[in-house]
Design a protein around this ligand. Structure first.
Ligand code: NZQ
Ligand code: ZN
Length: 392
């Protein structure tokens, strides 16, 4: 196991009706003037925004609001949020939504006190220590941004980028996780979220680091729980118990508790970000197409690891490692397909002729040389995209 530091300071309030605690939690974490940030229509329509406002009012906290965050959030709204936060002397950003809203909120929180263009922090300038606190009321289990140090924004140049500097300061101070709130999700979004959660585990599990049995077992356990609960939640997004398990799994998959002490991969995410930047597809749907392609490409470089995945997660019994590894990947594709997720470029709405330019885009973001089991370069990006395009 590798040496590591791990700092995950988010306070969780989990359960039915917990959004009524919002005002109290903002106060507990030092907020007095809040920017409420949310997405399209869902949180307004469900009455959640009104309940959050009531909780803030009851706690004597004033607020301004900014809705309209799109999936794959854009820099334009971040600039608007930064202006609003400065204009009103906001000292706390409250995200009510999913990964897109939370990431937009994190970018505003980092950008408002920054003396310059917030986009610098996505282009190599480390974020400073002067960052506004962020709180979250989560409405979809997926990106794990409610406790992660990540933040993904699409710039005005149409590149989708992740914070480049150390960003642990941007981990939310609190996250309210009420599984009732995901009952209004369309089944396709439950499935997209499930694919993303599983992908966050894969990025860590498929590692070249040996002797990480503790986190390997945590990864496998989370995957088994998701395989059991996701079909229930996709069938019925109002299944509270299934949603509750998925919501907690989504947090555990990405606050890095299962990723410490090992070299991680993350190429599939970078390849997917290029897809969602180009076609505006849902992140989880893009991963459902990219990850099996990545697996089929990489399994030859560490077949025993892929055979272990097949046996421990999918119950595959083949004794030959290569046969087992292939079988495990097929089981994953069948599982995701049963949830209605796409398998290839055609089902996703992506085009084979864009592969070269997407590979260039990934390389331009400095991703050549990344990877855990192997290091990837532009030629590898192209081959993995081709496997994804042609998958059956
Ligand atoms: O905008 P509204 O109307 O709310 O609709 C949203 C949106 O259309 C809808 N939705 C959310 N909660 C709902 C609901 N609809 C009905 N009822 C509810 N309770 O779902 C749609 C998707 O929302 P979004 O926030 O985009 O989903 P997700 O959580 O999957 O976030 C995706 C974004 O997170 C980034 C992705 O790249 C993508 O931009 N990621 C962020 C990470 C991080 N910060 O650590 C890590 C991830 O790997 C990922 O890259
Ligand atoms: Zn993801």
């Amino acid at each position: 196991m590798l040496d590591f530091d791990f700092w995950s300071p988010t306070y969780f309030s989990f359960g039915r009706g917990r959004e009524s605690m919002t005002g109290e939690l903002v106060k507990k974490f030092g907020g007095s003037r809040v920017l409420i940030h949310y997405g399209g229509a869902s949180a307004v329509k469900s009455g959640l925004i009104d309940r959050v406002k009531k909780s803030l009012k009851d706690a004597g906290i004033s607020f301004v609001e900014l809705g309209g965050v799109q999936p794959n959030p854009r820099a334009e709204l971040v600039y608007a949020g930064i202006d609003l936060a400065r204009e009103h002397g906001v000292d706390f950003i409250l995200a009510v939504g999913g990964g897109s809203v939370i990431d937009s909120a994190k970018a505003i929180a980092a950008g408002a006190p920054y003396n310059g263009d917030f986009w610098d922090m996505f282009c190599g300038v480390p974020m400073g220590e002067n960052v506004l606190p962020v709180g979250v009321v989560l409405t979809i289990a997926a990106a794990g941004s409610e406790a992660s140090n990540g933040c993904v924004i699409t710039g005005t140049d149409c590149t989708k980028r992740v914070f480049s500097g150390p960003s642990d300061l941007n981990r939310p101070r609190f996250a309210i996780l009420n599984p009732e709130l995901t009952a209004t999700l369309p089944p396709s979004q439950v499935a997209n979220g499930g694919a993303d959660i599983m992908a966050h585990i894969f990025e860590r599990y498929f590692s070249k680091t040996k002797d990480v049995e503790t986190t390997d077992r945590l990864c496998e356990g989370l995957l088994l729980a998701l395989i059991e609960t996701l079909p229930r939640a996709v069938k019925n997004p109002a299944d509270y118990e299934a949603s509750a398990n998925i919501m907690w799994a989504g947090m555990l998959a990405h606050n890095n508790v299962v990723g410490v002490g090992r070299k991680q991969d993350w190429l599939s995410h970078r390849l997917e970000h290029e897809l969602s930047a180009k076609y505006d597809v849902a992140h989880g749907a893009g991963l459902a197409v990219m990850f099996p392609a990545w697996m089929r490409y990489v399994m030859h470089y560490d077949t025993p690891r892929f055979a272990r995945f097949a046996r421990n997660v999918w119950g595959v019994v083949d004794t030959d490692d290569l046969t087992a590894a292939n079988h495990g990947i097929t089981k994953l594709v069948e599982f995701w397909s049963s949830l209605g997720l796409p398998k290839n470029f055609a089902e996703l709405g992506a085009k084979r002729e864009d592969i070269e330019s997407m590979a260039d885009g990934v390389a331009a973001l400095g991703c050549e040389g990344m990877g855990s089991i192997m290091q990837f370069y532009k030629n590898d990006f192209i081959k993995i995209y081709e496997l994804a395009a042609d998958a059956k």
